[in-house]
Design a protein around this ligand. Sequence first.
Ligand code: BGC
Length: 510
Amino acid sequence: MGHTSIHYLFFNKITSMVQFCKLVIFISSALSSYGRLNPNKFPDDFLFGIASASYQIEGAWNLSGKGENIWDRYTHTHPELILNRTNGDIACNSYHRYEEDVALIKKLGVQFYRFSLSWTRILPIGFSSKINPDGIRYYNNLINLLMKNDIIPIITIFHWDTPQHLEELGGFTNALMANWFEDYARVVFENFGDRVKVWITFNEPKEICLKGYGGDEKAPGYNLSGTADYICAHNLMKAHARAYHLYDKQFRSKQNGQISIVMDTFWMEPATNLTWDKKAAERRLAFIFGWYAHPVYSSNGDYPDVMKKYVARRSKREGFKRSRLPNFTKEEVNYIKGTYDFLGLNHYSTVLTKNVLFEPIFGKPSVEKDSMTVTEYDPSWPNSKASWLKVVPWGFTKLLVWLKNAYGNVPIYITENGFADDGEIDDKDRINYHKLYLSALLDAMHKYKVNVKAYTIWSFMDDFEWRDGYMTRFGLYHVDFNDPGRNRTPKASAEYYRKVIAARKIDGID
Ligand code: BGC
């Protein structure tokens, strides 16, 4: 008995020592990932900016010749789908207040402003047969004012607001979209390319296709996953390549700019150390990000092999005569491959990824079922106002390192990174988020030599946050949507970002 109790005490002591050591390790790793910020400086040529998108801020939805787009139609015909039945009819009224907006942007000390063009403000029915002079005038005024204030305009040609007329012809499910987009891009290069030197063809194909065609969380809301989303992406990637080649062949020599595409992804962390979960995380990255990135950035081009294999196998078992994932011809693969000057990345958060062991039951196809993966969150990760956005800065570093290994040393522009809250003026949680994510970015650049050239905070000001209406806020400036003047007030994070940009570091900046 005495013997046993000596053993008991001994092992108990060992166990508590182990627990103590674990606690020390936990605290120090928490400190190194959250407490100790990366002390390095951002290089002199590193650029800081902020971003917005036309439908989310402009308003003036039917003024001065603007035509209807799919978000006008979606919010007007299905107000119940938007929180508090709001819409972007007025939004931040940036169409009328752009002069004040440029002054607010200037105060931040950013080097660039990334904003998007409203296709139907320029081409009211989507076709280049009719150009709206007021639309051209509006963007000319904005670009000129930015340049006068030494702010580089970075333009997203398409940020989700497809002309309604083109949507009625099938939108991105119509292969002719590549023609229509190329025609629109030509108008844009001809009118603004003398001053605009950085172009982004599309913002986030995943959201456009997976959510807007595969699901109904975004306009136009087809809700046909496993078919419409694959077709959308197929046509969208061709449209991107058409605009890239047009610029490359006919405008680059005169205008000397850069053109690429912006893609978004979470970091996919394996849920366990098991090989199948590690493979599942890689596979999910291939399905969610490689789907668009591989055709452009990989040395072979085309969709990732694992994706082609999984979709083809499941399509066959479902009785389809051919894979639901369309094929690129050899010529198309070569045409799309390499259509970039940088890699535009929107990154907000991380998910845990798990393998799905047994084939999901047949029925309605879906991209997720095709991927044989599911995701979840670690309950210990800090939350934001948006359920999908957890604060996981180390995921940012891992994603950047993964990108370098997957696609080489391509220059990366972080084109969005941001935090969601209720709109507090003293937004400490937003400041904390950016502090940690900027530190994670410096880790990637200094420890792992990832070639990151620019960083952008989403968003310049609170705006119309799609299905969440005006309830979820991302802005550095608060906007009072109850005030007819849409009064803007700087939040604490605006001052924080200004100081970071001035010091070119985060260590010691509060
Ligand atoms: C989009 C923005 C959006 C933000 C926050 C990004 O995916 O580009 O339009 O407001 O996420 O949800």
